[in-house]
Design a binder for this molecule. Structure first.
Ligand SMILES: NC(=O)c1ccc[n+]([C@@H]2O[C@H](COP(=O)([O-])OP(=O)(O)OC[C@H]3O[C@@H](n4cnc5c(N)ncnc54)[C@H](OP(=O)(O)O)[C@@H]3O)[C@@H](O)[C@H]2O)c1
Length: 315
């Protein structure tokens, strides 16, 4: 099968489009014909070797975590899917495996694809959508009527976070992004927008129940002053020192520091599918690249100014 692989860690040019063996599935997995995947910043962080202690040195490596495609075969222990089903999933292998014509997908991380989405739109959802959902619902314990600020509202995670905050009943969602993306994030549900190049949200006089720091470039110390005493600061940056900060803040009075580290699971993907089919969540796609041009897709993602998601199509 065709795949975009790396044979060593490095810059985007180490990604090569070539022929490799199709994956062999385990009893709890399905073989999926991938029609689309998407790029997440973790993909290029792995490609650069920044997560080497986790991803090891076994090459060739196929990166990519998001899959939308058709089930072509199922392992002996798979009970919920059968060949012909159309699914979407966030892979649970350490380095991924989605940038390919076929992927091995564990049953427990897959759900039926939202019926009203194309493969491309659905492949944008899993990693970013699950992160946004689990950050706001589980880490932030978002309740109806609350005020939420999303720092990085126009990116992959942020565009889903704005919509999910509204689905979970937030009364006010404030989006921090650059002015060129104001109209987009307002259309997604933001009640107010702040341009990070003009205004520092941590100097506002307002108080939020949740500050979701998707970009992860603000400190808890700065954000405390715009949080309610029972509020939550949530970062997407899972560094060891941030887990220590989170542990320490749980012992102290005042706002709580949380780190989101998403967990792939089919129940949450099914929840997102329901909301998508109800018209409450959609994917914002900035650019689409064919699998053969995955290196260019990575380079674009690494610039860190994508508006919504970058999708890979697999012909
Ligand atoms: N821990 C986890 O489980 C987990 C899961 C998913 C993602 N993450 C991490 O979360 C981060 C964001 O992921 P993503 O997929 O949303 O990234 P992304 O799509 O690449 O984010 C791009 C967006 O960031 C905005 N941005 C850039 N600089 C900004 C700033 N200073 N302030 C506010 N917005 C700014 C850009 O808006 P403008 O173009 O308007 O500047 C752009 O729309 C990454 O570091 C990723 O690795 C962690």
């Amino acid at each position: 099968m065709k795949a975009a692989i790396i044979n060593r860690y490095g810059e985007a040019y180490v990604l090569r489009y070539t022929d490799v063996q199709a994956p062999r599935i385990k009893p709890d997995q399905m073989l999926v014909r991938v029609h689309a995947s998407s790029v997440n910043p973790v993909d290029w962080k792995i490609r650069k070797g920044l997560l080497k202690p986790l991803t090891g040195k076994q090459f060739p490596m196929i990166l990519g975590f998001d899959v939308a495609g058709d089930v072509v075969a199922v392992g002996g222990r798979v009970t919920r899917f059968r060949p012909g089903d159309t699914i979407y999933a966030r892979l649970d292998q350490l380095a991924g495996g989605a940038y390919a014509e076929y992927a091995a997908v564990s049953e427990r991380v897959a759900a039926l694809k939202p019926a009203n989405m194309s493969y491309e739109q659905a492949a944008a959802v899993p990693l970013a959508g699950l992160t946004a959902l689990q950050a706001l619902r589980d880490r932030g314990q978002l309740k109806p009527g609350q005020k939420v600020l999303i720092n990085g509202a126009s990116g992959g995670v942020g565009t889903y976070a704005v919509q999910i905050a509204k689905v979970l009943g937030a009364a006010e969602v404030v989006g921090v992004c650059s002015a060129k993306n104001f109209d987009l994030v307002r259309d997604l549900g933001c009640d107010r927008t702040l341009d990070y190049s003009q205004q520092d949200f941590t100097q506002e006089d307002t108080r939020y129940d949740i500050v979701f720091d998707v970009i992860g470039n603000r400190s808890f110390a700065d954000c405390r002053r715009v949080l309610q005493p029972q509020g939550f600061y949530i970062t997407t940056q899972p560094y060891p020192q941030n887990f220590l900060r989170s542990f320490a803040s749980a012992l102290l009075p005042g706002p709580t520091y949380k780190v989101i580290l998403l967990r792939s699971n089919s129940d949450d993907l099914t929840f997102l599918k329901t909301q998508i089919e109800a018209g409450k969540i959609h994917s914002v796609i900035d650019r689409t690249y064919p699998l053969a041009e995955t290196a260019a897709a990575h380079a674009y993602s690494e610039a860190e100014h994508a508006t919504g998601k970058i999708v890979i199509t697999v012909e």
